[in-house]
Write a protein that binds this ligand. Structure first.
Ligand SMILES: C[S@@+](CC[C@H](N)C(=O)[O-])C[C@H]1O[C@@H](n2cnc3c(N)ncnc32)[C@H](O)[C@@H]1O
Length: 328
């Protein structure tokens, strides 16, 4: 037997109830109401309201169409220059080549040319937590895109490997959106910008086509420094990706990704779920949830280096990002 006490308008009463009834009362009041079907089974009553959003398929596709529209490329006429392997380029050839396709990164190339990236990370570099001297270090840049961070690691002396997927349709996308991208002729190969900047900078960075999910120490070896930025939000399986990143980290990983600073700090497990529709964004975690995922993926220690907000050149408001430094 257990006892239950009730107070009402100054009167109180204590009653004895069998233990099973006491447990049922406790569980029912935790749920905020319910209908008991038996001692161990309770149904929420009333049912909670479903708050779901219908996905706007056209908007999702429009995002990728806009990425290839002229607003994202340079101001001069777009050339049709072939950008396969070739000698280091310069002068007006360079301007024409740079304008031939959209850029993600603003990269300073010889001759005063800056690629017209939709993100300019240059002011962030001094605050980002990269060691000044990386000579004798092996570094990996995961999800390199045009290679801004890979070239920065190389500039600091590291021997650098950079990985990225082969084409747009290899992104983690809802299958309906992936099919529409292919049908729309938007399924471009990746790496054009990287290859041009690589030649212009006479870089030795080795670009490997690989998904983060395929990172494997048996294939690429391990690295003193692994850099990965703005990738986890685009992945259906961020924890799986972090485990693969951990598998090739022998020193430190610098992990920068989008966070939602407004999610409640008292609950370190909160994550916004977006479903991969608009801009292939799947999740925005709280700061604590992101750090927790890094730890759960097998890193021994994680600390926060900085939190910054960077708007793209065509955006009014940027997203917040955390830079985490994790030890193997
Ligand atoms: C938002 S960009 C970030 C570029 C760069 N890391 C930065 O922070 O400036 C996302 C990059 O992730 C790459 N990516 C997406 N899915 C990937 C995957 N499964 N494996 C490796 N890279 C991936 C994209 O191709 C793209 O280059």
């Amino acid at each position: 037997m257990s006892t239950r006490s009730y107070t009402w308008r100054g009167f109180s009463a204590t009653i004895e109830v069998p233990d099973s009834v006491g447990r049922l009362i406790r569980r029912t009041s935790r749920l905020g109401g319910g209908t008991a079907a038996s001692g161990r089974l309770i149904f929420a009553d009333p049912l909670p309201q479903l708050l779901i959003q219908s996905r706007n398929f056209e908007d999702a596709l429009q995002y990728f169409r806009a990425w290839f529209s002229p607003v994202h490329s340079g101001s001069t006429a777009r050339g049709g220059k072939q950008l396969g392997e070739g000698p280091v380029i310069g002068g007006s050839d360079m301007d024409e080549a740079v304008d031939a396709f959209p850029w993600y990164h603003s990269i300073e190339l010889p001759g005063g040319v800056v690629t017209p990236g939709i993100f300019d990370h240059r002011p962030l570099v001094p605050h980002y937590g990269l060691p000044a001297d990386l000579s004798t270090q092996r570094a990996l840049d995961v999800a390199t895109f045009d290679g801004f961070w890979a070239f920065e690691l190389e500039r600091r002396g590291a021997e650098v490997v950079a990985v990225d997927i082969d084409r747009l349709s290899s992104l983690d996308l809802p299958p309906q959106l992936r099919s529409a991208i292919v049908a729309d002729g938007l399924d471009r190969e990746s790496g054009q910008g990287f290859s041009l900047a690589h030649r212009a900078l006479n870089s030795k960075v080795q670009r490997v086509v690989s998904s983060v999910y395929d990172l494997d120490p048996a294939a690429l070896g391990t690295f003193d420094l692994v850099h990965v930025a703005d990738l986890l939000l685009h992945l259906e399986r961020p924890l799986d990706a972090l485990r693969h990143i951990r598998s090739v980290t022998r020193g430190t990983a610098l992990i920068a990704d989008v966070i939602d600073l407004h999610l409640k700090r008292s609950d370190n497990q909160l994550v916004q779920y977006l479903g991969g529709w608009w801009s292939a964004m799947w999740w925005i975690p709280s700061l604590d949830a992101l750090a927790q995922m890094v730890l759960d993926a097998g890193f021994s220690r994680v600390r926060l280096h900085t939190v910054y907000n960077l708007a793209g050149v065509h955006e009014h408001d940027g997203l917040w990002r955390a830079v985490l430094i994790a030890d193997a």
